[in-house]
Design a protein around this ligand. Structure first.
Ligand code: NAD
Length: 213
């Protein structure tokens, strides 16, 4: 059977719904409507209902969705009902900032291994993790059973880092380096580029007459 097709933007909206539902739950709301979720995420209620209907039928007409149930369902759909072991390559400024961000841990992303080439950094201890030599990456990633890798090396080393992660058995890579990476088809690659986000902001600030959808 061919794989089901779901747009990346629909998946990103699910993340927004999960976050909104967590806030509603914290605020003690036992039910929410598609209008509530739409208001929080900046989409239409019809879009919310359409997105959720892709994964089954949730909620009752006129009653809305049970906040906790829907949050759990979406977390399951996003794979957030389990923890993810992550390897970080490049223990520089960005790598350190990502490692220190507690929100990832709370969402189930655990950085279990960190690698660098710099002899000054190798052997340093970050929390419960010792920075290891990138030469050991493949073996350590395998031992630690990391399923994901984050690349925060300079651009020139990023492809090499990605290849070592793939050899170590990761199934997904989040790349921050400004370099187009090539990975086998079985591995999912996502690139993060804050410059593109800033440029989208400068576009919006430059063209007040354009509605960006
Ligand atoms: P940095 O110089 O502080 O850190 C890079 C680290 O990678 C250093 O510790 C270095 O020793 C290490 N390194 C070098 N070669 C390596 C290799 N082969 N294997 C493992 N480690 C290696 O740089 P930074 O400011 O943290 O930026 C890191 C990367 O992130 C750069 O590519 C930068 O362009 C990129 N970046 C992207 C965004 C974004 O929006 N995507 C934002 C900021 C920085």
């Amino acid at each position: 059977m061919p794989p089901r097709k779901i747009s990346d933007s629909a998946v990103r909206r699910l993340s927004l719904y999960a976050r909104a539902l967590a806030d509603y739950q914290d605020a003690g709301r036992s039910t929410v409507s598609s209008v509530d979720l739409a208001e929080r995420g900046g989409m239409t209620p019809a879009q919310v209902r359409k997105d959720l209907s892709l994964f089954g039928s949730f909620g009752k007409r006129g009653l809305g969705y049970a906040t906790g149930d829907l949050k759990r369902h979406i977390e399951e759909i996003l794979g957030l009902d389990r923890s993810w072991r992550v390897a970080l390559v490049g223990a520089g400024r960005l790598g350190a900032a990502l490692f220190q961000y507690d929100g990832f841990r709370r969402q189930g992303f655990e950085i279990v291994a960190v690698f660098d080439v710099d002899p000054e950094k190798i052997g340093r201890v970050w929390g419960e993790v010792t920075i290891e030599d990138v030469d050991e990456l493949e073996q350590v990633v395998r031992r630690e059973k990391a399923m994901m890798g984050i690349v925060t090396t300079p651009a020139a080393s990023a492809q090499e880092a990605a290849e070592a992660l793939v050899e170590g058995g990761v199934e997904g890579i989040l790349n921050f380096a400004p370099r187009k990476l090539s990975v086998p088809e079985r591995v999912t690659l996502r690139n993060v580029n804050l410059t593109i986000e800033l440029e989208s902001l400068t576009f919006a600030l430059t063209h007040h007459d354009v509605e960006i959808t």
